[in-house]
Design a protein around this ligand. Structure first.
Ligand SMILES: [Fe+2]
Length: 345
């Protein structure tokens, strides 16, 4: 017995070129609470689908002009959320299999058995509902995971930045170094028209460039006088240590900045694996920003250079320590901006 209900349920589109086939089915579905639309051809079906959200489409296989088999992939591509049930007078397994492969969820025989067709369609609609709920759940889960990962990343970087700044603040020679390197780096990157979306990573890499120094003995790092070759090599391990610290949570750009910020453009250091423009661009920018800040800051083993002297040194090292193209950009930063960054502590 057919259950009659007044609750408005899903919308069903009946696509069939024969009006005597559509009419009784429409009547039956309407009695069962479904909202029904009809289309007598493939083009009319596409028009209905574009006008109204359709939950289920009953698609006649044999239609003049364009068959249901041809129309099926078009509907699936344009309206993937509509469930499709093929309607056919003759059950040919190959055709049914092809329709299922192309996205049909079921098929019903013509002439329709009115006592069972509603049950068949109801099953298809519940399957569709389940898969849509699952899709929404998966999407929201994906969003939440991404949101939490971004939050964790921010917290991690924030904690490292605080640690670096705290360590630097304890040492009069390095106080504010990472922040100033971050500011010089951004000043250069902006003049190079680096996309705004990339600036955050570049700034982060610049702030964290010396994170590996956490593991370096401060007595050796701040040793007055010239370092021995061994001591220099030991201090330089901070680039690899730093890259290892952040690599599980930072992206490649940030890790590259940390790993290559002491890599010379001319490849003169015998241990370096990259040189010239093979060194990642963001690392080449930080190399200059880092060295410039070091020059203009006092160190345990030497006095700071004045602005003009430091600029001459940067020019002298273009093509050797630094990428000459980046030196050229750096020289375009207004002196007042450089002086403001130099005062940051
Ligand atoms: Fe460094």
């Amino acid at each position: 017995m057919t259950i009659i209900t007044t609750i408005q349920k899903e919308t069903i589109l009946i696509v069939d070129d024969e009006e005597p086939v559509r009419r009784p089915l429409r009547k039956l579905l309407a009695k069962n609470g479904y909202s029904c639309l009809e289309a007598d051809s493939a083009s009319a079906a596409l028009q209905r689908l574009s006008d109204t959200p359709i939950d289920l489409t009953i698609l006649d296989i044999m239609m003049p002009q364009k068959s249901g088999i041809e129309l099926l992939p078009e509907i699936k591509e344009q309206y993937p959320d509509t469930a499709i049930v093929m309607a056919t007078a003759v059950v040919e397994p190959d055709i049914i299999i092809e329709c299922m492969k192309n996205g049909a969820m079921d098929y019903i025989r013509k002439p329709f058995k009115l006592d069972t067709v509603v049950g068949n369609l109801e099953t298809v609609l519940r399957k569709r509902q389940l898969s849509q709920t699952l899709k929404i759940f998966q999407e929201s889960l994906k969003g939440k995971v991404a949101e939490q990962a971004a939050e964790m990343r921010q917290l991690f970087f924030g904690a490292i930045e605080s640690l670096i700044c705290a360590l630097e603040a304890k040492d009069k020679y390095t106080a504010g170094h990472s922040r100033r390197v971050g500011d010089f780096t951004i000043a250069i990157a902006r003049l190079m028209d680096i996309p705004v979306v990339e600036l955050e990573d570049i700034r982060c890499g610049a702030l964290l460039h010396d994170v590996g120094k956490i593991a370096i003995n401060p007595d050796i790092q701040n040793k007055p006088g010239k370092l021995t070759e061994e001591e220099y090599k030991y201090i330089m391990t901070h680039v690899q240590i730093g890259a290892n610290i952040v690599k599980s949570i930072a992206n490649e750009k940030i890790v590259d900045i940390i790993r290559y910020h002491h890599t010379r453009f001319d490849g003169a250091c015998k241990d370096q694996t990259l040189c010239g423009t093979h060194i990642p661009l963001c690392a080449r920018i930080v190399t200059l920003a880092d060295a410039f800040d070091a020059m203009t800051s006092e160190r345990s083993y030497r006095k700071s250079l004045a602005l003009e002297e430091a600029i001459s040194e940067v020019k002298r090292c273009a093509g050797t320590q630094f990428d000459p193209a980046i030196v050229e950009v750096f020289l375009k930063i207004p002196s007042n901006d450089i002086l403001t960054i130099m005062k940051t502590s």
